[in-house]
Design a protein around this ligand. Structure first.
Ligand code: MN
Ligand code: MN
Length: 432
């Protein structure tokens, strides 16, 4: 849909280019030219290209005899042939669940990206989990807080709050939950297809293999203590000591009864007043633009989520999550759908561009400038996650348009006309 507009813009540029000197030309249309240059659009159409501007980094200099991992190369075009604006040594801010070991058991599977595999991500770890219908993630807790997004299917979650009151709820695609540290909880897939979800922990060193599990803890308590604790006979707890030595973790159970029945049968102390779930599936966008939308979820609208804030971003093809930064926290990203690319500016003239596909994880250190561009043919959907109770950002456009104009023009050499064309408010999402 956007292509015809781009093409006509580009042919207009070609005409302009013949008529104007390059300097005048860049002054008037630098935004469009730069975009065409960086995305590689317009190659062979006589437009200004990075190849022409920086011949040393292209052509025969970039030739490659191999050996080459072609699958990785195809998925990472901006790494193989980086934009000539990339510069300096920058650590990898790319990772992927698709290269993580999958722990598969009866009832489902899990895989994780932690600081062990992704050194940059010290304060957030992610887990991707699938549970069959009836499949159970064992009753457990941990010393990191857990934020979750349902990716597919339906699940039943349970917890007790700090007063010991019961919480039970069903969640579906695009719904969230949050369990604070030490809050015991479980997750179970519902009929017909079970569930798949993403878990985000506010600690990069968190591991799903290191949680307090109910069967594990009970089995590793002396029987005379467990029987005394519960006031039951040794015979009554015999089965506890026949459970797996490492706990169940994930196991196949029966599909639970309708929610009303679980609500009726649980909660000797009554129902919790805390809502650990959030129906993002029913939430109106926080920002709605022509080329996409954003939903922001933090402790303002999801009060229990005091250590994690999130933005779910949908970008239409060609759309750009504008150049921006976050003042208060590192950003951990999860790509749900589509193809994107991101350049992160690492200060000191260092910048690197990477490609992101569904299942990939990205990371942007606190305050570092970045954009995300949809370079595919379908909607790009991704999460921006922060270890913070509050979502916060500033954009390059709002910076330059809310600073004395002469000062900005002196820095960038742009004309007043160009400066006036820059959006005065935070656009968040910029059209193609
Ligand atoms: Mn958990
Ligand atoms: Mn961001």
């Amino acid at each position: 849909m956007t292509e015809p507009r781009n093409r006509s813009s580009l042919s207009q540029i070609q005409l302009d280019q013949k008529k104007s000197s390059r300097r005048e030309f860049l002054g008037r249309s630098s935004g469009i030219v730069l975009a065409a240059t960086l995305t590689g659009r317009g190659h062979g159409q006589g437009t200004q290209t990075s190849q022409a501007m920086k011949p040393a980094e292209r052509g025969k200099n970039a030739s490659d005899f191999g050996p080459e991992n072609d699958l990785l190369k195809q998925a990472n075009p901006n790494t193989f042939l980086p934009p000539t604006t990339d510069h300096g040594e920058v650590p990898s801010f790319w990772n992927s669940f698709s290269t993580s070991h999958r722990r598969i058991q009866e009832g489902g599977w899990s895989r994780q990206v932690t600081v062990a595999d992704f050194p940059l991500s010290k304060d957030i770890a992610g887990v991707n989990m699938r549970l069959t219908a009836g499949g159970i993630r064992e009753l457990h807790w941990h010393d990191a807080a857990e934020w979750a997004l349902m990716l597919n299917g339906t699940a039943r979650i349970t917890a007790i709050d700090n007063d010991g009151r019961s919480f039970v709820a069903d969640v579906g695609k695009n719904d969230l939950w949050y369990f604070p540290t030490g809050t015991p909880h479980s997750i179970q897939g519902l009929a017909p297809e079970g569930a798949e979800f993403l878990l985000v922990f506010d600690d990069g060193s968190f591991s799903e293999g290191n949680t307090t599990q109910i069967s594990d803890w009970s089995r590793h308590t002396p029987p005379e203590v467990l029987t005394k604790n519960w006031g039951v006979s040794p015979e009554a707890v015999k089965s506890v000591y026949e459970q797996p030595a490492d706990g169940h973790y994930i196991f196949q159970g029966e599909v639970p009864p309708p929610l009303v029945e679980d609500l009726r049968s649980s909660g000797a102390k009554g129902r919790s007043a805390v809502d650990f779930s959030f129906l993002m599936s029913k939430m109106a966008p926080s920002v709605k633009a022509r080329f996409g939308e954003v939903r922001i979820i933090d402790s303002k609208n999801f009060p229990v989520s005091t250590t994690i804030s999130a933005a779910q971003v949908v970008l239409k093809p060609g759309g750009l999550r504008e150049l921006h930064w976050h003042q208060n926290a590192n950003e951990w990203q999860y790509y749900i759908q589509g193809q994107g690319r991101m350049t992160v500016f690492f200060n000191g003239a260092k910048a690197r561009t990477a490609d992101f596909n569904a299942g990939d994880v990205g990371y942007v250190p606190k305050t570092f400038g970045h954009y995300v561009e949809n370079v595919g043919d379908a909607d790009l959907i991704f999460l921006e996650m922060f270890k913070s109770n509050r979502y916060m950002d500033l954009s390059l456009s709002e910076w330059v348009s809310n600073t004395p104009p002469e000062l900005v023009m002196a820095h960038l050499g742009i004309s007043r006309e160009t400066l006036e064309a820059i959006p005065k408010t935070k656009a968040v999402i910029v059209p193609a």
